[in-house]
Design a binder for this molecule. Structure first.
Ligand SMILES: *[C@@H]1O[C@H](CO)[C@@H](O)[C@H](O)[C@H]1NC(C)=O
Ligand SMILES: *[C@@H]1O[C@H](CO)[C@@H](O)[C@H](O)[C@H]1NC(C)=O
Ligand SMILES: *[C@@H]1O[C@H](CO)[C@@H](O)[C@H](O)[C@H]1NC(C)=O
Ligand SMILES: *[C@@H]1O[C@H](CO)[C@@H](O)[C@H](O)[C@H]1NC(C)=O
Ligand SMILES: *[C@@H]1O[C@H](CO)[C@@H](O)[C@H](O)[C@H]1NC(C)=O
Ligand SMILES: *[C@@H]1O[C@H](CO)[C@@H](O)[C@H](O)[C@H]1NC(C)=O
Ligand SMILES: CC(=O)N[C@H]1CO[C@H](CO)[C@@H](O)[C@@H]1O
Length: 871
């Protein structure tokens, strides 16, 4: 049915009561009128002119431009921007835009429809006519500091994404707000903004298809999912700036959407093989002796330890690029790293963005020379508070910053004179400013007396934050001038209140500038923190990655970042921040994994195994050791205030960890292959059940089981202290990974009892072929020398397929030196074929076919060419 005019317009004038379902401001808003519509086969352009001032929270923009591009057959780009191109748009350097292939609107899987007066639009699925996005119920509001757009949704929609959060994987659909504003968030509270911002949601509609909507906008925003008084479902965006830059991704299969999204924001970075090994970290390791003991005790316990991490303990006075001369002296650190490397182990250190401004600190003075820091309007350095005390902050957009940061990294981590790290970890980069207001800056801080402390967890109200700030003597005109210089080229509208916008997003750290960099601070390129805040972390990760590339050209860099934005997966890995050692957060780790790996194109993720804050308990830590082994990034880490929780500290956890690492390592090439696949085409490394059983409504809300790769279904025990699990098996053939026994899924939840503390149910999905190393090893270098066995798990039709990817595990460019081997089983014959560029002596010892006609064929077969057999 075609609605001639939006109901709000008809009813709004005649029956004000009908407007009760709209936000108060909307009653005044009339939206925009489209004109000068220009159409081509692959695009549509129009002018949008304001019909009447609405002034909801700030002045309306009079003239907008609509650009619709059919970029590919499955990607529709809809951009609503200001005609003058002043409004901030995310810099290409941060997120390069995908090229349009100028697809034909006729062939596109998506259709764009619109009304001219007022302007509203919809996106429909061409094959079915189903409406995917529809703004016709409400006017568009586009103001200098407030943009509002609402789409209607079907009843009880299955929506996922909009990370980073710890809420249900399938998002609540009633009175639910997702705020995107990166913030340090101890204890990762539910219903709050956390460390990263990913403005994309997947909308899953069962058999009729899955699509996603990505809003490329970095500004602070609230996204509401709710119901009107009359029960209609909607999702609306309340952003405090930026443009409406939408990418509609057609799917229709869920995994297609993951790939289509990765095409937009960047394919996940390929990780070095060793980073899939087991990592141990702890904030509060007192000295290098202690670290050596941890390494020795892991070895004595027979638990393979791949990588040791250095939290801020190693630093002198918490300053980057220093070592504490008595507790972590450089000579001892060099010896420690040498001995790790001699044993095929690795070492990674942390860096924070806050740079101490104390006298005689070389990193600081060189940063000053490079003009690498954020400035106040009077040209002085903008200060704040982080671990070393008073700090200045790198301006990742300043022209000298990359070289300064690269030089600091290259000299401190110089393999011949410094610490030869294998990767870097960037923390506190939301940025987290321990100074919630200005008061701490007026007190001189002696770094020697500065006691590390947690940032206050207290929620600060906006008024509190503002009133406690003294207004320094600023040269306002200079600030305005800098703003104006930048304003011509999508760098931000001039004349805004960048400190306290009228629309308050629901930031759980209080005011917009609460516990972070003031949002009215400008970057060297003329943009303001107001607009780029959510990019600070991903910029730090990228700058660090570039530094590692310069330090070790040709090798894949490894950077772990706490703060992320859409596209960060192309540069870095991520852990889920400072959770707690609770069963609740053990469960939370699963839905966070699902969100990042399946929906946010960021597969190298995992939680702090056994929890970060508070006291890890033996049973929970044993379970988490097992759970973590099936997440791509596998690191045990705890806070300084938490007791030591290395796996070897409990007999039960030792046993669980040995078993977990043993199986993980045997499956490591399966995981590595999935990571490679993701880096090639965006395929999800971990995914929820509905990705592969999209018509099965029982799977839509599942959030305690996941597929690792496409073949392994992981169903850990999730209830506190439990020895059983309720798990769902869709109607399909599965095989118990541990016994090889066939298990037929019947679309029902079943209870599995008698699960000991070292047990974790894992099933192979019928139709898959899984390569495993025949045996595990104490480190990944040894592991790479082990032979393979191939596990064939026939599906209901008796066939199966899978793949194995091999390369040297560390080079950036492996052209011609890769093997991509596909395996196929047709019920009678097995075949391995593909490309065999990787030179290896490793062989396939045997092929095991599971099921009734189970059989084992003994090799060996080399991996330099294809092979096969018939039974
Ligand atoms: C909106 O208000 C501005 C400032 O008062 C005025 O110049 C402009 O004409 C108004 N626009 C419309 C469409 O009414
Ligand atoms: C698509 O069209 C634009 C505008 O004509 C052109 O600049 C661009 O090169 C085209 N892209 C491709 C892939 O053909
Ligand atoms: C989409 O919008 C256009 C223009 O208003 C309208 O003609 C069309 O019927 C709409 N499609 C659906 C399925 O509602
Ligand atoms: C390592 O093990 C020894 C012997 O059990 C123990 O005394 C020491 O406290 C342990 N140290 C660490 C850091 O685990
Ligand atoms: C930011 O706003 C605060 C509070 O109004 C003010 O003290 C400060 O000078 C402003 N900074 C800039 C760069 O304008
Ligand atoms: C690890 O090393 C120990 C001691 O050398 C050895 O006993 C054990 O078998 C090794 N484990 C693996 C999985 O290779
Ligand atoms: C989900 C969860 O475990 N939350 C806990 C995080 O830590 C805080 C502080 O200890 C607890 O109050 C929460 O219950």
């Amino acid at each position: 049915m075609m609605i001639m005019a939006p109901t709000w317009l008809l009813l709004g004038l005649l029956a004000p009561a009908a407007l009760a379902q709209l936000p108060d401001f909307a009653s005044k808003c009339r939206g925009y009128r489209a004109s000068n519509v220009l159409r081509g086969d692959s695009y549509l352009i129009a002018d949008l002119n304001l019909i009447a001032n609405c002034s909801a929270y700030s002045p309306d923009l009079a003239n907008l431009r609509l650009v619709v591009e059919y970029q590919t057959d499955t990607r529709l780009h809809v951009l609503i921007e200001d005609a003058e191109h002043q409004v901030y748009q995310v810099q290409e350097q941060v997120l390069p835009r995908p090229r349009s292939a100028n697809a034909s609107s006729e062939r596109s899987a998506l259709r764009f429809g619109f009304t001219e007066d007022p302007f509203t639009f919809n996106v429909t699925r061409a094959s079915t006519g189903e409406v995917l996005f529809d703004t016709s119920d409400t006017p568009l509001v586009f103001e200098s500091q407030f943009v509002w757009l609402r789409t209607s949704l079907p009843q009880n929609p299955n929506l996922y994404g909009l990370g980073e959060h710890t809420d249900d994987f399938r998002l609540p659909t009633d009175a639910y707000t997702r705020t995107l504003w990166n913030a340090e968030s101890p204890f990762i509270p539910n219903r709050n903004n956390l460390y990263g911002s990913h403005p994309i949601y997947f909308d899953h509609r069962g058999d009729s298809g899955t699509h996603a909507v990505f809003l490329l906008n970095a500004n602070g925003m609230d996204i509401n999912i709710g119901r009107t008084d009359t029960g209609s479902q909607y999702l609306d965006y309340y952003t405090i700036g930026g443009v409406l830059d939408f990418y509609f991704l057609a799917g229709p299969q869920p995994a297609d959407v993951s790939k289509q999204y990765a095409e937009v924001v960047g394919l996940p970075a390929m990780m070095p093989y060793w980073t899939l090994g087991f990592h141990q970290c702890k904030y509060g390791w007192p000295n290098v002796d202690h670290v050596e003991q941890v390494i020795a005790n892991y070895s004595a316990a027979g638990i393979p330890l791949e990588t040791v991490w250095g939290d801020i303990d190693y630093m002198e006075g918490r300053r980057d690029f220093t070592t504490d001369p008595s507790r972590f002296p450089m000579a001892r650190m060099r010896a420690l790293v040498d001995s790790l490397h001699a044993n095929n182990q690795h070492y990674i250190q942390i860096l924070d963005p806050g740079i101490s401004n104390m006298a005689n600190y070389g990193t600081y003075s060189r940063g000053i020379e490079s003009a690498a820091f954020l400035r106040n309007p009077d040209g002085s350095w903008y200060r704040g508070l982080q671990w070393p005390g008073e700090v200045v902050w790198p301006d990742w957009f300043a022209p000298g910053t990359q070289d300064w940061w690269t030089n600091e990294i290259r000299s401190f981590y110089d393999p011949t004179t410094g610490i030869d790290v294998d990767g870097l970890w960037v923390d506190m980069n939301e940025a987290s400013n321990m100074c919630g207001d200005t008061t701490c800056l007026s007190v001189a801080i002696n770094p020697a007396e500065w006691q590390p402390r947690k940032p206050p967890a207290r929620r600060q109200t906006q008024t509190e934050a503002i009133s406690s700030r003294s207004i320094p003597n600023t040269r306002r005109s200079l600030f305005v001038q800098r703003q104006a210089e930048g304003s011509a080229d999508k760098k931000g509208l001039p004349g805004r209140d960048l400190f306290q916008p009228a629309y308050p997003i629901a930031n759980h750290r209080g005011a917009l500038s609460g516990f972070t960099l003031w949002t009215n601070v400008t970057n060297a390129d003329g943009t303001a923190q107001y607009d780029t805040h959510n990019l600070y972390g991903t910029m730090m990760a990228t700058t660090t990655r570039n530094a590692l590339l310069s330090r070790n050209p040709g090798k894949r860099p490894f950077v772990l970042t706490r703060s992320t934005f859409a596209g960060s997966g192309a540069k870095a890995a991520h852990w889920f921040g400072d959770n707690a050692s609770t069963w609740e957060h053990y469960r939370t780790a699963i839905r966070q994994l699902l969100a990042f790996a399946a929906l946010h194109a960021m597969p190298m993720v995992g939680s702090d195994v056994c929890g970060f804050n508070q006291v890890a308990q033996e049973h929970m830590c044993a379970r988490w050791a097992l759970l973590g082994a099936f997440q791509p990034f596998y690191r045990n880490h705890a806070d300084i205030s938490a007791p030591d929780q290395e796996f070897y500290r409990w007999p039960l956890v030792t046993e669980a960890a040995k078993k977990a690492i043993d199986v993980r390592y045997r499956l490591l090439d399966y995981m590595y292959t999935a990571m490679w696949r993701a880096s090639e085409d965006g395929s999800p490394v971990a995914s929820p059940l509905w990705f592969w059983y999209r018509g099965d409504a029982n799977t839509f809300g599942l959030q305690t089981q996941w597929f690792l790769g496409q073949a392994l279904l992981i169903s850990p025990v999730v209830e506190d202290e439990a020895q059983s699990v309720s798990m769902y098996l869709p109607r399909d053939v599965f095989y118990d990974f541990w016994t090889g026994e066939r298990v037929d899924g019947n679309g029902e939840t079943r209870t599995v009892d008698g699960l000991g503390w070292t047990d974790i149910p894992v099933h192979i999905r019928g139709g898959s072929i899984v390569p495993l190393r025949v045996r595990s090893a104490n480190n990944t270098a040894e592991l790479r020398r082990q032979n393979f066995e191939i596990l064939v798990a026939p599906g209901s039709d008796g066939t199966a397929k899978g793949e194995l990817y091999l390369d040297d595990g560390e080079s950036l460019d492996v052209t011609g030196r890769q093997s991509v081997i596909s395996f196929a089983w047709d019920g009678k014959a097995f075949e391995a074929a593909g490309t065999f560029g990787f030179d290896t002596d490793v062989v396939v010892e045997r092929v095991v076919v599971l099921g009734e006609n189970g059989q084992t064929k003994q090799g060996p077969w080399g991996l330099r060419e294809g092979f096969g057999f018939s039974s």
